[in-house]
Write a protein that binds this ligand. Structure first.
Ligand code: MGD
Ligand code: MGD
Ligand code: MO
Length: 742
């Protein structure tokens, strides 16, 4: 009988697809993973797991998985690919990309990723080694995922912050320093479903068991909202008005933290004046919420001894998402809930190690100030939007696709696409993205399965490894973690391996000091005092030690600023509810509210024609974005894309539960199965995004049925934000329901 070996590792894409961080036990027999389960010794997830991880064997060994490099042999879209060797694949990529660089400049190749995953490290290494400034989440309209929130926090706190569920402490809930938040506002986040952004959703449930009460800000009903003290079921996209009204209640009723404000807040009076523009009756009219509910929620939050806000991507997807995030951060600031137990804690990468660069400072640390400065000269969007220029290194996605289409001001001719299904999942205006990207001369996709994007566009497809097949490091936020390779599937390679090999071809001198990816990990891990191997061998994780990456009250102890003085890492050393940084960039230093671009008030004619507000993409535990539709255990739990329709709406349109209908607007229509449900209000519908059918014809024009089901076909762009960050219309597009006549 063969021996089963059990190894520990960390889940961080690919496989579950997610932003990850959970501890996992991998069971291996004869070089094959036969089972996986949550690692109960792990401080992050304590043995919990999710359906996507539990179905991982079906994912890793799926017959459709791409296990060898492929080159396209027919015309684009014909769906004919042939396996080639890694050498041939990498040689081809090198030759074609160098050719584009010579002809059009390095900026003519974009390096496109999807969401977080374990990709920011490898893709920036490759992008900058090649010499291109255009690192982009291509298709993500308004760059509306996390970056707006990060940008707002950086402006206000000088750092990022996260709800304190004891995740920075080794003893977790048992640590005597920690107390549970009295209140957590889950603001446009279904934490238990998505576990997004370095946060494990089950921590909220753990806190609830220890007494935490929830205030949920969500137009829909979920498990979490049904257990909330207050459920603010607002009109989608009006979060900014709600936050400003709550600030106004707290300030005008004197419920703010006077001592903290006096000592640590900059611009309080200006904020108070701005918030006065949002009295309760006005905010109630904008948000569709009873004024009394807004006031009650604001009071409960402000009166809590310690309280936190855990927010989600709908904040970014509000018009001017950064400004909305600013308003919400001001609630934390004026109640003094920053860096204290059970409040919001400053989040820094564990031990100061960067795996995935989240800020300009980290990019500079990894790649040097000169290079990052030089990159701004040609980076798409940097000259137009100060926040795009000054925060992180992204190119502006809506402008990139327009530029691919127009060739102006300079041509974009190549794309390296890694961890992104642009056509089938990520992109608003998906049809336009396909049209524009067909103009590209050379496209590489690094993925695990074919999807509408690889099928329609890729010239070369490189097969990526799942997390049990790869080595990597993670420092988002704590603990510091290793991901360790225990099995090999086909010829698949990790994103790090692939990009490291390619980067060496483009910049041999710059990478000369590392012979392998592990050498580079060792260098990055140095501040922890461990090498990659040592960290793995001593358990695979390490909690932050006292210092800048461990709470609490670091501003009082001089741990946040470069100059070592007490205070926050902002120009004034205070929490800047009036942001001097934004002001110096020519932006409004205070938060403001902007109406969604399509709505009853903004576009009354359109609203008469399309009177339903379409919320899309609330996450499911079964799928990660456009992935997993081919995984039997997951798909059988949700075989069809459905639309949640309130019973009154169903009656009004004469549709019944289980009926196939179209969701339709001026951009087109897609099919959905009606699910009559009180999860949504009567004027709203909700449907998941990312639907294509792996079982259908892959070749163009069918592209796995994507044009029948991809909701982003009818979601417009470009985005609607003055800062370049925020405002993708994924949660606020107007539509109607029509019956499918046979
Ligand atoms: N309508 C609507 N659209 C949305 C959203 C919404 O709420 N509504 N949400 C938006 C948001 S917030 C985001 S972040 C984007 C996400 O969009 P994407 O991140 O592009 O997600 P997917 O479309 O699933 O495409 C991801 C691809 O990466 C591959 N992959 C997964 N893990 C790995 C890995 O580790 N390595 C490699 N090389 N490949 C991997 C998968 O097989 C898949 O083909 O979607 C956006 N699109
Ligand atoms: N299983 C799984 N996990 C995931 C993902 C996945 O695809 N699958 N995707 C990952 C990614 S990239 C992201 S960005 C996160 C997203 O995860 P979250 O940040 O939690 O965002 P959503 O699931 O889009 O929406 C959360 C809640 O906000 C509500 N909502 C919708 N519109 C609005 C609005 O205008 N205002 C307010 N206040 N609430 C609104 C929705 O009804 C929903 O219940 O999840 C990550 N985790
Ligand atoms: Mo996202």
């Amino acid at each position: 009988m063969s021996q089963t070996q059990v190894f520990h590792t960390t889940a961080w894409s690919a496989g579950p697809g997610c932003h990850g961080g959970c501890g996992q036990k991998v069971y291996v027999e004869d070089g094959k993973m036969v089972r996986i389960e949550g690692d109960e010794a792990h401080p992050w997830s304590q043995g919990r797991s999710c359906p996507k991880v539990l179905a991982l064997t079906q994912y890793m060994y799926h017959p459709d998985r791409i296990t060898r490099p492929l080159k396209r042999v027919g015309a684009r879209g014909e769906g004919r690919f042939e396996p080639i060797s890694w050498d041939e694949a990498l040689d081809t990529c090198e030759a074609r990309m160098k050719d584009l660089r010579t002809k059009y400049g390095a900026e003519s190749v974009v390096f496109a990723q999807g969401t977080g995953r374990d990709i920011g490290g490898p893709i920036t290494l490759l992008c900058y080694s090649f010499g291109s400034p255009n690192w982009v989440q291509l298709g993500l309209s308004g760059h509306s995922c996390y970056t707006p929130r990060l940008g707002a926090m950086k402006g206000i706190f000088g750092d990022f912050a996260v709800a304190d569920c004891s995740q920075f402490l080794e003893k977790r809930y048992a640590d005597p320093q920690w107390v549970p938040p009295e209140i957590i506002i889950t603001w446009g986040q279904d934490s238990t479903t998505g576990c997004p952004d370095g946060f494990f959703g089950h921590w909220v449930v753990d806190c609830m068991r220890l007494g935490t009460k929830i205030i949920a800000v969500d137009p829909r009903s979920t498990w979490l909202t049904s257990r909330a003290l207050h459920h603010l079921q607002l009109r989608p996209g009006t979060d900014g008005a709600l936050a400003l009204a709550m600030i106004n209640v707290i300030i005008s009723e004197g419920l703010y933290d006077r001592e903290f404000v006096e000592k640590w807040v900059h611009g309080f009076d200006q904020l108070a004046a701005r918030a006065r523009e949002y009295p309760l009756d006005k905010a109630a009219a904008i948000t569709d919420l009873p004024a009394a509910d807004i006031a009650a929620a604001a009071r409960a939050f402000a009166r809590a001894k310690q309280a936190a806000i855990q927010w989600g991507v709908p904040v970014d997807m509000c018009a001017d998402g950064t400004s909305v995030a600013q308003a919400i951060s001001c609630l934390t600031a004026i109640t003094g809930n920053i860096d204290k137990p059970g409040g919001e804690v400053i989040a820094r990468p564990s031990h100061g190690v960067t795996a995935y660069p989240f800020s300009t400072e980290e990019l500079i640390k990894l790649y040097g100030e000169d290079l990052i400065k030089r990159m701004n000269e040609k980076r798409v969007g940097a000259d137009k939007y100060p926040r795009v220029k000054n925060f992180r290194g992204w190119a502006q996605p809506d402008m990139v696709i327009d530029q691919i289409h127009s060739g102006k001001p300079y041509p974009i001719k190549g794309a390296w696409i890694q961890t992104a299904n642009i056509i089938g999942g990520q992109a608003a205006r998906a049809g336009f993205h396909l049209e524009a990207m067909q103009k590209l001369e050379f496209v590489v996709a690094v993925d695990l399965f074919h999807n509408p994007t690889t099928m329609a566009l890729a010239d070369i497809v490189l097969p990526a490894a799942t997390f049990p097949e790869k080595n990597s490091i993670r420092s988002w936020w704590a603990p510091l973690l290793t991901i360790k390779k225990h099995v090999q599937v086909g010829e698949c390679r990790s994103d790090w391996e692939i990009n490291f090999a390619m980067a060496k071809r483009f910049n041999p001198e710059g990478l000369a000091r590392w012979n392998s990816v592990e050498d580079m990990f060792d260098e990055r891990l140095a501040p922890s005092g461990f090498t990659f191997r040592q960290l793995y061998e001593q358990g695979g994780w390490k909690m932050p030690e006292d210092g800048p990456s461990k709470p609490y009250r670091r501003h009082e102890r001089g741990l946040l600023r470069m100059d070592g003085k007490p205070g926050f890492n902002t120009p004034t050393g205070k929490v800047e509810v009036y942001s001097e940084t934004f002001k110096s960039w020519g932006l409004d230093p205070l938060p403001q509210y902007t109406e969604p671009p399509q709505s009853a008030t903004a576009t009354p004619d359109l609203y008469r024609k399309y009177p339903l507000i379409m919320i899309t993409g609330a996450r499911s535990q079964l799928f990660f974005h456009a992935e997993h539709r081919m995984i039997p255990w997951l798909r059988e739990k949700m075989p069809d894309p459905y639309v949640e329709v309130h019973p009154d709406t169903a009656a009004r349109y004469g549709v019944y539960d289980g009926e196939w209908v179209y969701l339709e607007n001026d951009m087109g229509r897609v099919k959905r199965k009606v699910k009559v449900s009180r999860r949504v209000k009567a004027g709203h519908v909700h449907t998941m995004h990312g639907w294509w059918m792996p079982e259908r014809e892959g070749k163009a024009p069918d592209l796995f049925g994507v044009w029948d089901y991809q909701i982003n076909k009818i979601i417009p762009g470009p985005q609607s934000s003055t800062s370049g960050f925020g405002g993708g219309q994924y949660k606020t597009t107007l539509c109607t329901l029509t019956k499918i006549e046979h």
